[in-house]
Design a protein around this ligand. Structure first.
Ligand SMILES: *Cc1c(COP(=O)(O)O)cnc(C)c1O
Length: 345
């Protein structure tokens, strides 16, 4: 059976062009700064993001941790969304390893944190309080529906952060999806951020890795923390070579994933009992909710769909998540809709 895996865009595999680039990659020891492909990847990424420097890292989780540890000292406070990856899905690393105190604010349905709530979270200068050092935004915001934060909103948050002596970090695991969705250059979108991470291993299809970007001084400090965390890799150019192909050839095509997410959502919305409480997709993620007239819950539906060759995630008792990516073509969208019709009968 032809399996369609819509659980996440992390399931994407390297393209033939990536495998060829990996096989032939010239390498060196990156801890010595001598791997030509890693250096090229870091320069290319920094250039695309409009930052002075970049650092190749094993995962987005490590990228966020490094950024927090560079921006904050132990006991400092970082303001972030309660539906954000850093608060929810990074095993508490910023506290366990960085000694940093999270100050969560509710993510609104559109993925934003309210500006007045950010202002209200800034601590006065008083020995009773931790020092407010950092604001973290996530773009696209995954748990709010893969929604896009605008350039204008990001700039407003940057202004507040900088006015109060804080830094702005963007967890841009899917920042290219956001930029493609907005039809603007990614460097425009992240202009006001002091640091940004993005994942090569999601919609961009590279097998492993993320890049953290920021000022030269920031990246110098980040390099030391990466080593401390055990993330200094040696002949990492094998991986960076795939990342370079990803940045060169996999960014613009994200628009196809967004179109297919929209096709899938439109098809599902026509089915009895399926609705979109979280809104229709803005990028490559769709979150259909199951009405009370559907007798199966999300976990049961996942099993039935899997038997039809369609893998999706259950994210709540009555909500699914489907993510489109380069391995999902128009025929897969059609086959997925047919599988839903069959299991909902
Ligand atoms: C995937 C993801 C990350 C990083 O994940 P890794 O699996 O560690 O690379 C960070 N933030 C968001 C929003 C993500 O979706």
């Amino acid at each position: 059976m032809n399996i369609i895996d819509l659980r996440s865009d992390t399931v994407t595999k390297p393209t033939p062009e990536m495998r060829a680039a990996m096989a032939h990659a010239e390498v060196g020891d990156d801890v010595y700064g001598e791997d030509p492909n890693v250096n090229r990847l870091q320069e290319t990424a920094a250039d695309m993001l409009g930052k002075a420097a970049g650092l190749f890292i094993p995962s987005g989780t490590m990228g966020n941790l490094i950024a927090v540890m560079v921006h904050c000292q132990r006991g400092d406070e970082a303001i972030m969304g309660d539906k954000g990856h850093t608060f929810s899905f990074e095993a508490g690393g910023i506290s366990a390893l960085g000694g940093v105190f999270p100050h969560t604010l509710p993510n609104q349905a559109d993925g934003t944190l309210k500006l007045d709530e950010i202002l209200g979270a800034v601590r006065p200068d008083d020995v009773h309080h931790p020092i407010s050092k950092l604001v973290i935004l996530e773009n696209t915001q995954n748990r709010c529906g893969g929604v896009i934060l605008s350039k204008e909103y990001t700039e407003e948050v940057g202004k507040i952060a900088h006015h109060h002596g804080m830094m702005l970090h963007i967890d841009g695991a899917r920042i290219f999806n956001a930029a493609v969705g907005l039809k603007i250059k990614v460097k425009e979108l992240v202009k006001s951020a002091d640091s940004v991470t993005f994942c090569l291993s999601k919609g961009l299809c590279a097998p492993v890795g993320s890049v953290l970007c920021g000022s030269r001084e920031f990246i110098g400090n980040a390099r030391r923390i990466r080593k401390m965390l055990g993330g200094g890799m040696r002949q990492a150019g094998i991986l960076a070579a795939a990342g370079l192909v990803a940045l060169d050839s996999m960014v613009d095509r994200l628009a196809d994933d967004h179109k297919r997410a929209s096709d899938l959502a439109n098809g599902l919305a026509k089915m009895e009992g399926i609705h979109f409480e979280m809104g229709m997709p803005q990028t490559n993620m769709i979150f259909p909710s199951l009405g009370s007239n559907i007798r199966l819950n999300a976990a049961e539906l996942v099993k039935k769909l899997s038997a039809e060759g369609v893998k999706v995630s259950a994210v709540a008792e009555r909500r699914l998540r489907l993510v489109t990516h380069a391995w999902v073509d128009d025929a897969s969208v059609e086959q997925t809709l047919q599988a839903f019709v069959k299991v909902l009968k």
